[in-house]
Design a protein around this ligand. Structure first.
Ligand code: N01
Length: 542
């Protein structure tokens, strides 16, 4: 609670709400909408100056969703579905941000959102059963329910390279991209990081920059997005079928309308496998990983897909040395999130693009003029950090959250982020975490995941109101057995074999275990429904 004591609420600033929501991205906006329907007085705190969350912050060139627009959209309003026209198979960031703004306008959400307000701390007051929420301006507000909608990938990491402050050029983290356009034309641009973001960014700017230097520590597997404009017929067909598309998404494994292949790669013939991978490569985008049912379960099957992609890399990249550097090694395909690109491997055939292997020649410092690796100095005008996020737990732990007896969430999660269903934590009554650790969150279509949590939370609060209950909190046993189950399911897959932001290994000092629930959206949803049918099994009400 030190943070709370050091930031006293401004006098007269105490404000009472029924619920406070942190974040006005897709989760926070829908939560506000649902809580209003319950007649609650709600305040949403948002650190940006507008809605959109991820899509507000990630304005870097090339930023685009790798889930198809028709399913990466809200399903709760048929009117919204009908009036909004997506223009591409995979929407680019500006279009998704426009959609978020449209939703805010259409449902008049902004009047309950306080923009440019970062929540720094929240403390549960046991005498009044209220959460006290402190914001960056020092004000305090109180509410019975506190709902985190902070997102899974909103706590960006800039590695602690010595000398960054001395750099004379401009530098940016992709997750905090400036609102004014950054014109890379003719400039010497360096990018650190080759995850989904680095790959998208590099592919988008390679044509216009003077020179692009890509600093790669770990090569990633990337497949073509096969993005294309959505033609009016496709759009009309989707609009007339939205109810069945949504119904399928809700109970599917990944929250998308794609029907994965039930066959196992290892049981298929070489010829048929090749045909299948080729078809997926030429159209499935991210669903390449669903081209067989066992690609993330069986290492031999995984190898067949990995070898296919490795061959594609070698065929595409003309310089054999560069091609070898780009071929991922030592981890199964898809266990770091599969990247989806628009011509990434092709950019290495351009004279103005070079790849630097910082695993063999690590970055030592940032100098006034660029990046110094063990072997060489690289002069740059612009340096871009596509270096990722303290994922899933990071955005929650950047706030100072204290539950019963002043117990802090940071301490509770020191070993491992224990939660029940990824929705609530023992010791933290009436605190809900939308897409929290231990839920399907980042492994599935985030919008489907968000809608399921928001609806579950709204229904739970409505039932508490009906029954006159003040607080809800999970049992410690329920929480432990859920966390064990998350672990068990993860261990039945290939995911834990790889260090990634899924496991927390990308953050120095973070405890490392696979965080999301890997059992699929449909099974998770059914499990959550059963818990409710069973009288909120594993929860205690007061
Ligand atoms: O972050 P990442 P991201 N020195 O953590 C490297 C979603 N997303 O922003 O692998 C040198 O994947 C790091 O190297 P290594 C999507 O879910 C979706 O790209 O740790 N390099 C890695 O290459 C995605 O998975 C979309 O060895 C350093 C990179 O930085 C998630 O967001 C688009 C380093 C970080 O990659 C995160 O993606 C964009 C250092 N000190 C993002 N530190 C779409 O919808 C880190 N790296 C398509």
């Amino acid at each position: 609670t030190a943070l709370i004591e050091s930031r006293p609420a401004q006098s007269g600033s105490n404000t009472q709400y029924d619920a406070i929501v942190i974040g006005a991205g897709f989760a926070g906006m829908y939560m506000l909408y649902r809580l209003r329907q319950l007649g609650m007085r709600v305040c949403v705190y948002e650190r940006g100056d507008d809605v959109g969350g991820t899509w507000y912050w990630n304005r870097y060139p090339g930023c685009r969703c790798d889930i198809e627009s028709l399913s990466y959209s809200y399903s709760f309003s048929p009117e919204l579905e009908q009036e909004w026209n997506w223009t591409e198979r995979y929407a680019a960031q500006p279009e998704i941000l426009e959609y978020a703004k449209h939703v805010a306008d259409r449902f008049d959400l902004r009047r309950d959102i306080r923009f440019c307000m970062t929540v720094t701390a929240a403390m549960f007051d046991e005498t009044s059963n209220q959460w006290e929420v402190i914001s960056s301006d020092g004000t305090c507000a109180r509410a019975r329910f506190l709902i985190s909608a902070v997102g899974c990938l909103s706590a960006g990491i800039v590695p602690d390279f010595p000398g960054l402050n001395e750099f004379k050029g401009s530098w940016y983290h992709t997750g905090n991209w400036p609102h004014e356009p950054v014109d890379p034309t003719g400039k010497r641009v360096g990018v650190i990081g080759t995850g989904s973001t680095g790959i998208q960014f590099s592919s988008a700017i390679a044509q216009s920059v003077g020179h692009l230097t890509i600093f790669q520590r770990t090569p990633n597997y990337s497949v073509p997005s096969c993005n294309a404009p959505l033609n009016p017929e496709e759009l009309a067909e989707a609009k007339s079928n939205y109810r069945s598309i949504r119904a399928h998404c809700r109970y599917s494994k990944v929250g998308i309308p794609y029907v994965g292949n039930e066959k196992k790669a290892i049981e298929d013939t070489d010829r048929s496998r090749e045909r299948n991978f080729e078809a997926a490569w030429n159209g499935a985008g991210f669903c390449f990983v669903l081209s067989y049912s066992d690609l993330l379960l069986d290492i031999k099957s995984n190898r067949t897909a990995a070898e296919f992609v490795e061959r594609k890399i070698r065929e595409t990249v003309k310089d054999p040395e560069t091609a070898e550097l780009l071929v991922p090694r030592g981890y199964p395909l898809g266990t770091k999130r599969l990247c989806v690109d628009a011509g990434y491997y092709q950019i290495f055939n351009q004279d103005n693009v070079s790849l630097v292997d910082v695993r063999t020649s690590p970055i030592e410092s940032i100098t006034t003029t660029g990046v110094r690796t063990l072997n060489k100095d690289y002069d740059l005008d612009v340096l871009v950090f596509a270096t990722g996020y303290d994922a899933i737990t990071g955005p929650l732990l950047r706030m100072d959250i204290c539950g019963r007896n002043g117990r802090s969430l940071r301490r509770k999660w020191q070993g491992w982020p224990q939660s029940y269903l990824g929705l609530m934590m023992e010791g933290f009554p009436n605190l809900f975490t939308i897409t929290g650790p231990g839920s399907p969150c980042v492994l599935v279509n985030m919008i489907v995941s968000i809608e399921q949590h928001v609806e579950w939370i709204a229904d739970c609060i409505a039932s508490m109101e009906r029954d006159g209950k003040q607080t809800i909190e999970p049992d410690v046993e329920a929480e432990c057995s859920w966390t064990d189950m998350v672990d068990e399911i993860a261990n039945s897959t290939l995911y834990p074999l790889t260090d990634s932001w899924y496991t927390g290994k990308n953050v120095t000092g973070k405890s490392s275990r696979f965080t999301p629930y890997a059992g699929g959206m449909g099974p998770y949803r059914r499990y959550c429904e059963e818990i409710v049918e069973d009288g909120y099994r594993g929860f205690q009400f007061d």
